[in-house]
Design a protein around this ligand. Structure first.
Ligand SMILES: O=P(O)(O)OC[C@H]1O[C@H](OP(=O)(O)OP(=O)(O)O)[C@H](O)[C@@H]1O
Ligand SMILES: Nc1nc2[nH]cnc2c(=O)[nH]1
Length: 185
């Protein structure tokens, strides 16, 4: 086994589990109920924000029993690093958003620059209403603007480097079935 993979395994062995798979699933059920109450009759376009939004979108959407279109956006500002930089767009919307209700699904609202930029992009593209859903909201006072929250949030999480359920550690452990915090961060 390469030294790198040894490190990746070590990171998981030493990590703290903040939320179990069952706790995440319960949070997703709650989110689904709230989203359904708000958006069931809005014929939304749902955008998963790649890569981190992949797992939570796949888990959440089958819990929403109403018509919707589904696609993805790809914007990243961490690029497998532990701190964020400038937002880099890899894929934008292909649908016309004019007059549409849009739901953006991502794994985490940390500082919020990613979500803020995506919301602005959808509004500029003519969306009538833009909603946001994140599994995790990281608790700190470094948000893009004071009091920033998604419209739908699964769990509040402490101010540490998180991985699992779509969130990566150096590109790994997006597949981890729980929410984990990196030792010492
Ligand atoms: O609230 P912010 O501080 O802007 O950070 C949140 C964003 O960071 C992560 O994406 P990342 O840029 O790591 O790309 P990835 O989804 O491909 O991992 C995460 O998936 C969110 O999209
Ligand atoms: N993997 C990961 N990506 C992030 N993007 C913003 N915050 C985080 C975090 O805590 N973990």
């Amino acid at each position: 086994m390469s030294a790198d993979l040894q490190h990746i395994k070590q990171v998981m062995a030493e990590a703290d589990c903040l939320f179990s798979e069952a706790e995440v699933e319960a949070a997703l059920d709650n989110m689904a109920g709230a989203i359904c109450a708000e958006l069931a009759d809005s014929n939304p376009i749902v955008y998963s924000v790649m890569n981190g939004g992949l797992i939570i979108t796949g888990k959440l959407l089958p819990k929403l029993p109403f018509p919707m279109e589904v696609s993805y956006l790809h914007a990243t500002r961490y690029r497998n690093k532990l701190s964020g930089g400038e937002l880099f767009w890899k894929a934008r919307a292909e649908h016309s958003l004019v007059g549409r209700t849009v739901l953006i699904v991502d794994d985490i609202l940390d500082e919020g620059h990613t979500l803020a930029a995506i919301v602005e992009y959808c509004r500029d593209a003519g969306a009538e209403k833009v909603f946001t859903a994140v599994l995790l909201d990281k608790q700190h006072d470094r948000k893009a603007y004071a009091g920033m929250r998604a419209d739908f949030t699964g769990l509040d999480v402490e101010d540490r480097y998180i991985f699992g359920y779509g969130l990566d550690y150096k590109g790994y452990w997006r597949n981890a079935a729980g929410i984990f915090a990196l030792k010492g961060h």
